[in-house]
Design a protein around this ligand. Structure first.
Ligand SMILES: Cc1cc2nc3c(=O)[nH]c(=O)nc-3n(C[C@H](O)[C@H](O)[C@H](O)COP(=O)(O)OP(=O)(O)OC[C@H]3O[C@@H](n4cnc5c(N)ncnc54)[C@H](O)[C@@H]3O)c2cc1C
Length: 438
């Protein structure tokens, strides 16, 4: 194993969780990944894959594990302009892929706001969503096939670079979103579409109140307007973006709504927004790109304010958006805390952020917020995943919405693929299952 580049060091993920691996390997190809996995299995040492460490739910927590850093497996292997896919190694930066496919006239829509930091492997293992999720969904909808080193050391390719494929059970989507608990992904095929030709408009609306925002989103749904983007940041986040990143946003307690729609929907949008905004502007070209980029950096502004944040990722049915926000505001008042809100509001995916050092029992508060979503028929995670942080909430969600048998099936899948229990153990489904049986 000495021939594979390695070192020993402590690391921190983006949220500040400390990782203490026994060793970190930096494989340069799939054969080296196989060697590392075989070595780990023979010694029953946990294996954790590291992309860029930007996941937000404790996915990478590790004490004594073997950490596999994918940074050298970072190539774009193929862009197929007839079959419309891109094939990449997992360690490639997502923004690099965006730029490369764009230069060939293509568009890869799923855009976690960490696109400039994260890897395609991490975003695939997390099934990341993003700002364009309202129209284009999350990674799950764009991964056609993956190659994976399984815990037994075998390499399998599941799926094909085809839009239509009924070749057996859908194993691709078992690995997408599996958070490194089923194997190490070594290659990914992503579907591409041509760069959209229809012109769009970007509307930045400083809202009178959150209730107005919820109304606008609900009314868009009623009028069958499907935006390219519908993002919300509250007054707190606006202040933090101005303070830490010199964003030039108008400070407004009602927050700001950033909406991108086709030109044909602008008139309808302005009609819906009428009387509900403090100020409104329509941006184009570079100014529109700049607003998108400012929104993408909202988590960085938050992190600059406090290194100690716990990020929620709840999803509620759009029809319950107003109720959900009322409940969040009630919690803020009752606990006398701030929970700055960033939201992919167009698809009901809300990120209230708990600034942990301002709260007595942050974990308790975190779970209370998660239960708001569960009780409304929503989900505790839309895109960030479960890690260890949301395992208890995952258990509650599955028991309430699906039943015990479903968590049993999930655990059986983990046991079939990883009977040695070495792939990112004690998180996600495995931890939820343990908590169910306590
Ligand atoms: C500023 C910021 C904004 C964000 N915005 C969004 C957003 O809008 N939408 C969203 O969905 N998420 C968002 N996130 C979180 C998001 O989950 C991550 O950015 C991204 O999915 C993780 O990529 P990564 O390369 O850092 O993976 P890591 O954090 O390194 O890993 C993530 C998970 O994938 C596993 N993994 C990594 N590589 C592999 C591999 N090759 N094989 C198997 N498993 C692997 C890891 O073990 C881990 O479980 C944001 C994070 C930040 C810091």
């Amino acid at each position: 194993m000495d021939e594979i580049e390695h070192n020993v060091e402590e690391r921190e993920d983006f949220t500040g969780i400390k990782l203490r691996p026994s060793i970190i390997y930096y494989p340069k190809n799939e054969e080296e990944v196989v060697k590392i996995v075989n070595y780990a299995r023979e010694r029953r040492i946990p294996v954790i894959s590291w992309g860029a460490g930007t996941s937000l739910s404790g996915h990478l927590k590790c004490d004594g594990c073997i950490l596999i850093d994918m940074k050298y497996m970072n190539k774009i292997l193929e862009i197929n302009d007839i079959d419309w896919y891109v094939r990449v190694q997992p360690g490639v930066n997502l923004e690099k892929v965006f730029k490369e496919v764009e230069s060939k006239g293509f568009f890869l829509p799923p855009d976690p706001a960490s696109f400039f930091l994260c890897t395609v492997g991490g975003a695939t293992a997390n099934s990341s969503g993003g700002m364009r999720g309202v129209k284009y969904g999350s990674f799950r909808e764009w991964v056609l096939a993956v190659k994976v080193v399984l815990p037994n050391g075998h390499v399998v390719k599941v799926g094909e670079p085809l839009r239509k494929n009924r070749g057996g059970y859908d194993l691709v989507h078992l690995f997408v979103g599996s958070e490194g608990t089923l194997g190490v992904i070594t290659e990914i095929w992503l579907r591409l579409i041509p760069k959209p030709r229809e012109p769009t408009e970007t509307i930045l609306a400083y809202m009178r109140s959150f209730e107005d925002t919820a109304f606008v989103i609900t009314e868009m749904r009623r009028r069958k307007i499907l935006p390219d983007l519908a993002e919300y940041i509250d007054g707190d986040i606006i202040r933090l973006l101005n303070k830490h990143l010199n964003a030039d946003l108008k400070e407004s307690d009602g927050g700001a709504l950033l909406i991108v729609v086709g030109k044909d929907a602008v008139k309808d949008m302005l009609d819906i927004l009428q009387g509900r905004t403090l100020e409104l502007k329509i941006a184009e070209g570079e100014e529109a790109d700049e607003l998108y980029s400012v929104r993408a950096k909202a988590v960085l502004a938050l992190k600059a304010e406090s290194p100690n944040i716990i990020v929620e990722d709840i999803v509620v049915p759009i029809s319950r958006l107003t109720d959900a926000i009322i409940k969040l505001k009630e919690i803020e008042r009752r606990e006398n805390v701030r929970m700055p809100l960033i939201a992919h509001i167009g698809d009901g995916n809300l990120h209230p952020n708990i600034i942990a050092d301002t709260v007595k029992e942050p974990e308790k508060l975190f779970e209370e917020v998660g239960r708001i979503a569960i009780d409304m028929g929503g989900s505790v995670s839309g895109e960030h995943g479960i890690g260890y942080q949301k395992a208890n909430l995952l258990k509650e969600q599955v028991l309430k919405h699906n039943g015990r048998d479903v968590l049993e099936i999930m655990m059986q899948i983990k046991r079939v693929i990883d009977p040695y229990d070495i792939m990112n153990p004690d998180k996600y489904v495995e931890l939820a299952y343990k908590l169910m049986n306590e």
